[in-house]
Ligand binder design. Structure first.
Ligand SMILES: Nc1nc2c(ncn2[C@@H]2O[C@H](COP(=O)(O)OP(=O)(O)OP(=O)(O)O)[C@@H](O)[C@H]2O)c(=O)[nH]1
Ligand SMILES: [Mg+2]
Length: 252
């Protein structure tokens, strides 16, 4: 009896720590007015202590939409989705950061699952489109093949042990993100994040997701140019090993 009472008392500090963990929602937008309008009411903002929209200088009303809703909108200085990740994280202060892109591909219903998973013994959690229980309405055969091939290579060279190395719907602990020292790239950011996380033996957990079709607007990620940039990143990451860690040459 005393044993179990003592066990409960012992757990209080870690439960308090979890309750005190500051959570950030970082929304990435670039001309996503249709998706923003359609998804707004489905996003569980109440789960977060801090919300930022990092925008690539939209011209379709996305910026005004989020401002009118009362959110902090930051216009990124360097163009590109990767730059949005890096600049976005810099302005936020939460210990757990979840990235969400409101274009329709990512299901807001997965947000609580991603947050819960990150609270455990996990450094990076990815919503996977290609594991048991997942589905993708958006990935063409060509994209699916490309994603699987690059995921295979990340697992082969960096031991990431994932099924979807490139999906941007993910959450990470701030200290773990900072350690990766990622450069402000374009669409290669997630691929590079997973590769470096593998190198540092991070605990990466995936949850199955259902990727839906984009809601409106247009795609900014051309399959060929993204594939080419992944190949460049792959060679570079093989070459530099762990020389991206602070104290070594910063990878610009
Ligand atoms: N802040 C910011 N967001 C961006 C930028 N480029 C793309 N995004 C956002 O990142 C998300 C993913 O970009 P998409 O163009 O949809 O790429 P994708 O999901 O591979 O392409 P689709 O399958 O056509 O949706 C979207 O919400 C975009 O608005 C950028 O330069 N800056
Ligand atoms: Mg998309």
């Amino acid at each position: 009896m005393y044993g179990s009472f003592y066990e409960k008392i012992k757990r209080i500090p870690s439960i308090l720590l979890l309750l005190m963990t500051k959570k950030t929602l970082l929304l990435l937008t670039f001309n996503e007015i249709n998706g923003s309008e359609a998804l707004y009411d489905k996003i569980p903002f109440n789960l977060f202590d801090e919300i930022y929209v990092i925008d690539g200088n939209s011209s379709d009303g996305t910026i005004d939409f989020w401002k009118e809703k009362g959110h902090n909108v930051i216009i990124q200085k360097i163009p590109g989705r990767g730059a949005a990740f890096v600049e976005g994280v810099e302005i936020t202060t939460g210990e757990h950061i979840l990235f969400f892109s409101p274009d329709g591909n990512e299901d807001p219903e997965d947000i609580p699952k991603l947050l819960d998973t990150l609270e455990g013994d996990c450094d990076l959690v990815i919503a996977s489109r290609f594991m048991k229980g997942s589905k993708s309405d958006d990935a063409t055969c060509f994209r699916r093949f490309g994603n699987n091939m690059f995921t295979f290579l990340v697992n082969l060279f960096f031991r990431a042990k994932v099924r979807d190395a490139v999906n941007g719907f993910r959450a990470i602990k701030r200290d773990k993100f900072d350690k990766l020292n990622l450069p402000p790239s374009k669409f290669e950011i997630e691929f590079q994040m997973t590769a470096r996380a593998g190198k540092l033996k991070y605990t990466i957990i995936e949850i199955p997701t259902h990727e839906k079709d984009r809601i409106g607007g247009y795609s900014k990620a051309g399959s060929f140019s993204v594939g080419f940039s992944y190949i460049k990143v792959l060679f570079r990451e093989i070459f530099i090993g762990k020389r991206f860690l602070k104290g070594d040459n910063k990878d610009e």
